[in-house]
Design a protein around this ligand. Structure first.
Ligand SMILES: CC(=O)SCCNC(=O)CCNC(=O)[C@H](O)C(C)(C)COP(=O)(O)OP(=O)(O)OC[C@H]1O[C@@H](n2cnc3c(N)ncnc32)[C@H](O)[C@@H]1OP(=O)(O)O
Ligand SMILES: CC(C)C(=O)C(=O)O
Length: 386
């Protein structure tokens, strides 16, 4: 039984798969230059691993993997995905990469309808593929695809087979996102015990909106690497979101991550721009509304102390606070916004302006600071020069 030293450490490796699983999302086809640009940003951000792509999939994937290796391979571990087939592994080796992510499914549904293999054949293939990659000097991460729908005893047998073959890391994918945190915690706890001291990684999909929660549960159970994508992009409902996993681990659970969190917002926007996929308005951490406030009670609290209604400061993630005017506004917020425009009104005048703002908003108009200024000039008994 190898020592579980890494489980005691609080350092969690961030394995970014934006350029592989993220890019697999229908409609996302990045050019080589776009992939290189994102890889440079990820390296600067401070992720531990960049999954550059699937080199055997196409000439473009082969070339982009090589380019990314050339551009950032000295700063970050660059890895390529490969099926458990020799020609895929050889093609990945031909890129010059030092790390390979070998996967083959272990669930009965994938064996029966996709692979047309028996469990024994899959175990043999796991051993052969991992051993072949290790014999070529690679760092090997093995994934039992659809692990969370695999009969548990067989899954642990697959994990042990990969470890016996020399796998450096074992990644447990919740491939179709069927886990909840409590069940995933129990499963990862068993995998950690079975993996003889190898680093355990988790790869969670968001089909029930639980990818981030499941990822955190996996870390609490002993995993020390998490697969993530920027903005949570990926197959179907996407993957665990880098920004959510990083900030949850760091701020809620006190784990160490190497990511420069103040770059999260700019990284989110870069990936959104290059993939053409917008960031949801309400997206945690990097959404436009993640630090937005309109309600009078909230704005008043934020003016006095932002932590009354913000769990973290927007600057910590490179995002921005946005104070809006509307039907929910209060006098403290209005006073501050007008004061920032050089307009000081009496309390009675402020009340009058606020009343007109609420009425304007309730007519369906999106109220702006300019609207507030115009109303204030009309209401004020003093001459206002702005
Ligand atoms: C959970 C995941 O995200 S897995 C990663 C998915 N990513 C991708 O598929 C993106 C890139 N894929 C591709 O470009 C193509 O699928 C390729 C190049 C890998 C294979 O293309 P094709 O030869 O046309 O096969 P196709 O994609 O139609 O079918 C997949 C084949 O791989 C086999 N296969 C699938 N996964 C594995 C695996 N992990 N190990 C070994 N064989 C596998 C299937 O059984 C099927 O084999 P068959 O053609 O002998 O029936
Ligand atoms: C290749 C594996 C890790 C994967 O993407 C999945 O199972 O979701």
């Amino acid at each position: 039984m190898g020592c579980l030293f890494f489980v005691d450490s609080k350092k969690v490796r961030i394995f970014d798969t934006t350029l592989r699983d993220g890019e697999q999302a229908p409609g996302i086809d990045l050019t080589i230059e776009q992939k290189v640009r994102i890889a440079k940003q990820l390296a600067e951000l401070g992720v531990d691993v960049i999954e550059a792509g699937f080199p055997a999939a196409s000439e473009g994937e082969f070339e982009s993997t090589k380019r990314i290796l050339d551009e950032v391979g000295d700063k970050v571990e660059v890895i390529g995905l490969s099926r458990a087939v020799k020609q895929d592994i050889d093609r990945t080796i031909d890129t010059g990469i030092a790390s390979i992510h070998v996967f083959i499914a272990t669930s009965d549904i994938h064996l029966k309808y996709k692979l047309k293999m028996t469990r024994e054949q899959v175990l043999d293939r796991i051993y052969e593929s991992v051993r072949y990659a290790k014999d070529h000097g690679l760092i090997v991460e093995y994934s039992p695809e659809d692990a969370t729908r695999t009969e548990e005893e067989f899954l642990l047998k697959a994990v042990k087979t990969a470890v016996e073959a020399g796998a450096d890391r074992i990644n447990i994918p919740d491939t179709v996102g069927v886990m909840h945190p409590f069940k995933f915690y129990d499963l990862i706890s068993k995998v950690v015990k079975a993996a003889d001291g190898r680093i355990i990684s988790v790869h969670c999909h968001n089909d029930f909106g639980l990818a981030t929660a499941n990822s955190i549960a996996g870390v609490m159970a002993g995993a020390r690497q998490v697969h993530v994508t920027v903005n949570g992009i990926g197959e179907r409902a996407g993957n665990a979101s880098l920004e959510e996993v990083v900030m949850s681990l760091k701020k809620l659970l006190g784990y160490e991550v190497g990511v420069k969190t103040f770059m999260l917002y700019e990284t989110s926007r870069l990936v959104s721009e290059l993939t053409g996929v917008p960031v949801p308005y309400f997206k945690a951490i990097v959404g436009e509304n993640a630090f937005g406030h309109e309600s009078g009670i909230h704005v008043h609290g934020v003016i006095e102390n932002p932590f009354t209604y913000e769990p973290i400061s927007p600057e910590e993630v490179g995002n921005f606070r946005r104070i809006a005017l509307g039907k929910h506004s209060g006098i403290h917020g209005l006073k501050k916004l007008l004061s920032e425009q050089g307009i000081e009104l009496s309390d009675d005048e402020l009340r009058e302006v606020l009343k007109e703002i609420k009425s304007l908003a309730e007519s369906g108009h999106k109220v702006t600071v300019d609207d507030a200024k115009a109303i204030a000039i009309k209401v004020s008994t003093k001459k206002i020069n702005v």
